[in-house]
Write a protein that binds this ligand. Structure first.
Ligand SMILES: Nc1ncnc2c1ncn2[C@@H]1O[C@H](COP(=O)(O)OP(=O)(O)O)[C@@H](O)[C@H]1O
Ligand SMILES: [Mg+2]
Length: 241
């Protein structure tokens, strides 16, 4: 399997306190997975380590087949990683929504008219054109989440790390977001408590606990089998647990 993310025996401490250890995970090219687990079990910390925002204490992170041995190894692949932070407030660099979404394109040298066109297209896709001229700090929690997500998706990353993407989103937006994410042709890791949402989007669900990451459900598992007089066949959607 061609993998976008390979984690081997990862461990991570904060102030000498072990947050997680023995983490093994493979996320295939364009595979979508979710990580669930109780508050404080280390889900956000794990995403921060994968994104290179925190330094692991042991084990190995490989992204797009390259060993991330130091923070410098992240530099060439940083543009491929889109990270939606748990707290959307930490995303904003410009006071006006449209400018903020366009910011990374302009910083990458995309010309102003193309950046504006792509920004409007992204806002249309997420159905947030009405937020265009608003001040980011006046937005509701759900609106902030969507504006931050637009700023992440517009960079067209190959790997998306989404921390609690449905927090503060109403049900209609959750459905819309699930639909958008499900059809994205990218590798995706979602941390979420929202079971219905993740089941609409991901292929596999893992549980994070002190024992590491364990596969809780494989939602796209196809097992070749036969029963009765039927020839060998598969069913597209079965659960392990
Ligand atoms: N920046 C930080 N400094 C110190 N402790 C932190 C920091 N971020 C998280 N923690 C602690 O690390 C543990 C794991 O937190 P976190 O990864 O946010 O868990 P989760 O996302 O699963 O709720 C928690 O006990 C939390 O209080
Ligand atoms: Mg968290």
């Amino acid at each position: 399997m061609s993998c976008s993310v390979e984690l081997t025996n990862l461990s991570f401490k904060r102030l000498d306190r072990e947050i997680f250890s023995g983490i093994n995970l493979q996320v295939g090219h364009k595979e979508k997975i979710a990580i669930i687990g109780p508050n404080g079990c280390g889900k956000t910390s794990l995403l921060e380590c994968v994104a290179g925002l925190e330094k692991i204490d042991g084990g190995e992170i490989r992204l797009f087949h390259k060993h991330m041995a130091s923070m410098e190894d992240y530099e060439p692949i940083r543009v491929k990683i889109g990270y939606l932070l748990q707290d959307a407030d930490n995303h904003f660099l410009c006071p006006i929504v449209e400018d903020d979404i366009a910011f990374s394109l302009l910083a990458a040298g995309v010309d102003r008219s193309e950046a504006q066109e792509r920004t409007l297209a992204m806002m249309r896709e997420l159905d947030i054109e009405n937020l265009r001229g608003k001040v980011v700090y006046h937005l509701s929690g759900g609106e902030k989440k969507l504006a931050a997500l637009a700023g992440v998706l517009i960079k067209e990353p190959s790997l998306l790390l989404l921390d609690e993407p449905t927090n503060a989103l109403d049900y209609a937006y959750q459905l819309r977001l699930a639909e958008i994410l499900a059809k994205l042709d990218k590798s995706v890791i979602i941390v979420s408590h929202n079971q219905e949402f993740i089941e609409r989007v991901v292929d596999k669900i893992y549980t994070l606990s002190s024992g590491g990451l364990t596969l809780a459900a494989n939602l796209r598992l196809e097992i070749l089998h036969s029963h009765g007089d039927l020839p060998p066949h598969t069913h597209p959607h079965s659960h392990l647990s």
